[in-house]
Ligand binder design. Structure first.
Ligand code: ATP
Ligand code: MG
Length: 420
């Protein structure tokens, strides 16, 4: 059987890195009062159509949609924010507090062309700060993204930030942009020609050089943004400067999702090659109301964990889990008695590896020596008959006979020697 294209197994060797990211996220976010939330992977297709927007790449081309047994339209979530907005409304979280700080980590699904740093099932770590219009919330959220990256020892990153204004401001700009670009339609790249009708703002981040030349003379979004949006943006920039977080204003950064307003940002790194964006986020003040909740402003981001790990697994040094005790059993009686020994090892939290090969003693002893355990416990017929266990110290080959009646005390006494 083949693995589905664009999906990956995460093997035991890699899991420790995932666990590391989870633990460090949990520690970092709890300090700032962000609490974990887990929403279902399945949602109604409409949730994403409405929130991300019908004319976006995600909804148009990338969603995993299917009909369930009752002909409901279901989608494997392509991102986290829409689900969290939905959960905020479904669970009436707005009745308890006026600010909700949430974080999540989990799989997302997008039908894209798989390549380095781009999978069909991938994972995101993200946060949402729900309930505040203040630019301080934007700064808090951006600062936490930087903090996570720095804790992962990523130093070569670039924060790009822009204000995309309110949807009214963008609407006016959109028509001005179309008016301008329509004159050059034949010179635009194919993608941009299509976007001219459906999502003209996305043309701004076209990678085509000719399109970019045309855009040089195009009206600028920033000129259509009024003082309120502008003030919000300038304040964030002031705070970033104060925090010594380097940033670049990218006037062409609009991001692919409909629900953003005011702040849009991305964090890139030159280490990753083509898939260089590691984090994307922004403010979404109308989404929750639009989905049927009360008017609630919010801001958040998501980091791609696979991309983060491509950088950090080289740096993070994690100890491998090596069993400290190797257990050999021979004979039917030993097979039962071994459970008593295992209970003691568990009580003292000493990790062990029970030999399941049922091969002869010599072979099992060889396995024990290869295993990097500290000691080997041998429970054979002789041991059972005379009520003892043989302990072999694998480094020195020293052997001891320990009565089963005193084994518990013995293991307690040597515990620290074998755990370290
Ligand atoms: P890209 O431009 O690379 O397609 P995006 O703008 O679609 O990214 P977002 O929706 O902002 O991405 O998601 C936030 C982050 O999730 C990205 O910066 C990236 O690190 C990660 N990500 C998005 N899509 C994928 C994917 N298909 N495979 C792996 N990681 C992904
Ligand atoms: Mg994408």
């Amino acid at each position: 059987m083949q693995l589905l294209r664009g999906t990956k197994d995460i093997l035991p060797d890699e899991i420790q890195f995932w666990q590391h990211i989870y633990d460090l996220a949990n520690d970092t976010f709890l300090l700032s009062n962000y609490n974990e939330i887990r929403t279902p992977i399945l949602e109604q297709t409409n949730l994403f159509k409405r929130s991300i927007g019908n004319d976006t790449d995600i909804v148009n081309k990338e969603m995993y949609n299917f009909l369930d047994q009752s002909n409901r339209c279901i989608t494997l979530r392509p991102e986290g924010t829409a689900s969290i907005a939905r959960a905020f409304i479904s669970n009436k979280l707005y009745t308890t507090n006026n600010i909700h700080r949430l974080w999540y980590m989990g799989p997302m699904f997008r039908y894209e062309r798989p390549q380095k740093g781009r999978q069909r099932q991938f994972h995101q770590l993200g946060i949402e700060c729900i309930g505040s219009l203040s630019y301080i919330a934007d700064v808090e959220v951006i600062r936490l993204a930087i903090k996570i990256l720095e804790t992962c020892q990523l130093s070569r990153y670039k924060l790009e930030i822009n204000s995309i204004g309110s949807s009214e401001e963008r609407q006016i700009y959109k028509y001005e942009l179309i008016d301008y670009l329509i004159k050059y339609k034949k010179d635009l790249d194919e993608d941009s020609k299509k976007r001219l009708e459906i999502n003209p703002l996305r043309i701004l981040d076209s990678k085509n050089i000719k399109t970019q030349e045309i855009l040089d003379e195009a009206p600028k979004l920033i000129s259509y943004i009024q003082s309120e949006s502008l003030n919000h943006f300038n304040k964030i920039c002031e705070h970033l400067t104060y925090l010594s977080i380097p940033y670049k204003i990218n006037e062409k950064l609009v991001r692919g999702l409909d629900y953003y307003n005011y702040t849009a940002f991305e964090i890139k790194t030159d280490i990753l090659g083509n898939q260089d964006t590691i984090c994307g986020g922004g403010r979404y003040d109308t989404l929750i109301e639009y989905l049927g909740g009360p008017k609630t402003p919010a801001v958040g981001w998501a980091i791609g964990i696979e991309r983060l790990l491509m950088i950090t697994t080289k740096i993070i040094n994690i100890n491998k889990n090596i069993s400290k005790v190797y257990i050999i059993i021979q004979g039917l009686k030993a097979e039962q008695k071994v459970w008593d020994i295992i209970k003691i090892l568990e009580e003292y939290k000493i990790s062990f590896n029970l030999d399941l090969n049922q091969s002869n003693l010599k072979k099992q002893m060889r396995k024990a020596s290869q295993s990097s355990a500290k000691i080997c416990c041998i429970l054979g017929e002789n041991e059972i008959n005379y009520n003892y266990i043989t302990i072999k110290w694998l480094k020195t080959s020293k052997q001891q006979k320990i009565s089963l009646d005193t084994l518990k005390q013995y293991l307690y006494d040597i515990k620290n020697l074998i755990i370290t």
